[in-house]
Design a protein around this ligand. Structure first.
Ligand code: MYR
Length: 282
């Protein structure tokens, strides 16, 4: 039987304990303040990032991992595995998928399959955890990829809101030709992913109404009692996220929720105070 290794990028923000428990290799993206570049989750954690953000004049930028960092990991894994599945954040918002894919063609002795999660953060993490569990149980790469595609086609949902759309706009990650730039600060749209890109799902003026909209979308999926795995994701607003998590847990006995966070790279684009809810029916 061929053994399958699982690789992902840092934007799944899987805790170190999960990475070791499931034997997942993680390749960090970069956050760049002026001339200084940091590997997120390795050289800069989320708390230091927010502190730096407050003290620096220049706004940070982000970049995908180098092809070399994927090659290095693939070569290491090739010594013990015959196949690798790499799961990346959406190719519509980052070149990470392309780096992972190009590296796969440059390494000998191991077959590399790259899966585009078309999303990011802990929602991407759901794919990674499922793939890693199946790899540990000895499933083939074909069967694992089939399951990942099934999860995608059955519906991987993610809605999120930000306090200030200008971060997403500045980084060029908001696909919103219909939003007039001057209006950006006045609205709090519910954001989601369509065709790998971030789009405003609905234009709403207050954060409260935007959150209620997300909760009603969640209710549509959860109200029939089918088992659901969900994640509440925050950016330096843990209290708000914990409150949302416990409200959902109280209301729905069929929902298992993981609390997660927007780390340095994603928080660069979303800004402090962002909140996300992601889920899928298992
Ligand atoms: C890069 O520089 O390659 C990374 C670019 C990352 C863009 C992030 C845009 C925000 C993504 C929000 C995901 C929310 C998922 C619930």
């Amino acid at each position: 039987m061929k053994t399958v290794a699982i690789v992902t990028d840092s934007t799944a923000y899987l805790p170190n304990e999960m990475l070791s428990e499931y034997d997942i290799s993680m390749i960090p993206l970069n956050v760049v303040f002026g001339n200084e570049s940091f590997l997120e989750e390795k050289e800069i954690g989320v708390e230091d990032f927010f502190e730096k953000l407050r003290n620096e004049n220049e706004f940070p930028k982000t970049s995908q991992p180098s092809i070399g960092s994927f090659i290095e990991t693939y070569e290491r894994l090739a010594k013990t595995h015959e196949e690798i599945i790499t799961i990346t954040l959406s190719s519509g918002i980052s070149g990470t998928f392309q780096s992972a894919y190009s590296a796969g063609g440059m390494v000998e002795g191991v077959d590399v399959h790259v899966f585009d999660s078309e999303i990011s953060c802990m929602v991407q993490g759901f794919y990674v955890l499922e793939a890693a569990r199946m790899a540990q149980e000895g499933y083939s790469s074909d069967r694992i990829l089939e399951r990942l595609n099934e999860m995608k086609s059955e519906g991987m949902h993610a809605y999120f809101l930000v306090n200030d759309l200008s971060n997403l706009h500045r980084g060029g990650r908001l696909n919103a030709a219909q939003l007039v730039v001057g209006n950006l600060l006045q609205i709090k749209p519910v954001l989601t992913f369509v065709d790998k890109r971030i789009v405003p799902y609905e234009k709403i003026r207050t954060r409260k109404k935007a959150l209620n909209k997300i909760l009603s979308l969640f209710d549509e999926s959860a109200k029939d009692g089918a088992p659901i795995k969900a994640t509440v994701i925050y950016a330096n607003n843990k209290e708000e996220a914990l409150k949302l998590k416990s409200e959902l847990e109280e209301k729905y006995s069929n929902v298992e929720i993981i609390l997660s966070y927007f780390g340095p790279v994603i928080a660069t684009h979303l800004g402090e105070g962002s909140l996300g809810l992601g889920w899928y029916r298992t």
